[in-house]
Design a protein around this ligand. Structure first.
Ligand code: ATP
Length: 235
């Protein structure tokens, strides 16, 4: 598989702290990669660095062969990277339809096409598309936050703990939508502190410990790795 995202030698230093050190990873189109690690291991910092939101340097940061190392977050979004931060952060006063519209490109027809594709990932949102976000349940807000990330064109989705705090049935719906996004061709990098939950939907996993990637492998290999729990303790 050719890599959609190809990263090597990435150091992230939010607030001057070496939160991610010498990270190398790839994500292919159609692939879900789980980013595992304890609280403070560097998952958010790595995702934010990939989106251009945290200070970082890298030997390589390519999306489909294009060098994004000096690209702004807006340019990375235009290149097709969608970002869904931890804790949803949807605008409470905007409806789902307005939220998606605001996140889309200038071209109106393209915005509509992308909104339809984003809502197709989450059929449960369709009946609620004209309600303000504050009236949506936590699970519906999470779906909306991922759909908003998909408005960049769904080439690469960076999802920070999208299953955290959701009731199990809702987490199942969101997990299925993430797999559907990958089946439609997106590459997905998904941070999650729970390996069981993340590896159940991922193809591959990476494990961060104290800012360094200390394990990589297929989801099945990592899920069966007896050393995994000990690596998930402490940052
Ligand atoms: P969590 O699941 O708690 O969000 P995480 O794995 O996403 O954890 P990060 O939030 O990336 O971890 O944090 C990695 C390390 O970098 C932590 O020690 C954190 O305190 C530190 N850090 C992150 N951002 C900053 C910042 N802006 N200023 C100072 N330190 C930071």
């Amino acid at each position: 598989m050719t890599a959609l995202l190809d990263v090597d030698g990435l150091d992230a230093t939010p607030g001057g702290v070496a939160a991610v050190v010498d990270a190398g990873l790839t994500v292919a189109s159609g692939e879900v990669v789980a980013l595992l690690g304890a609280n403070g291991a560097g998952k958010t910092s790595l995702l934010r660095a990939l989106m251009g939101l945290a200070p970082a340097t890298a030997r390589r940061l390519d999306l489909d062969g294009a060098d994004l190392r000096t690209a702004s977050p807006e340019a990375r979004a235009r290149a097709g990277i969608g970002w869904c931060p931890e804790g949803r952060r949807v605008f409470p006063g905007l409806s789902a339809a307005e939220t998606l519209d605001a996140a889309g490109p200038p071209d109106r027809a393209e915005r509509r096409r992308r909104a339809a594709a984003a809502l197709a990932l989450f059929p449960d949102l369709v009946p609620h598309r004209d309600r303000p976000a504050w009236q949506l349940s936590g699970g519906q807000q999470q779906m909306l936050a991922i759909a908003r990330a998909a408005m960049t064109g769904t080439r690469l989705l960076l999802l920070d703990e999208p299953l955290q705090g959701l009731a199990p049935q809702v987490a199942t719906v969101v997990a299925a939508a993430i797999r559907r996004a990958a089946s439609a061709g997106a590459g997905v990098l998904l941070a999650d502190p729970s390996p069981a939950r993340a590896l159940a939907i991922a193809d591959r996993g990476l494990l961060l410990q104290s800012g360094r990637i200390v394990r990589t492998g297929s989801a099945a290999t990592l899920a069966a790795d007896p050393t995994l729990p000990s690596l998930l303790v402490g940052g």
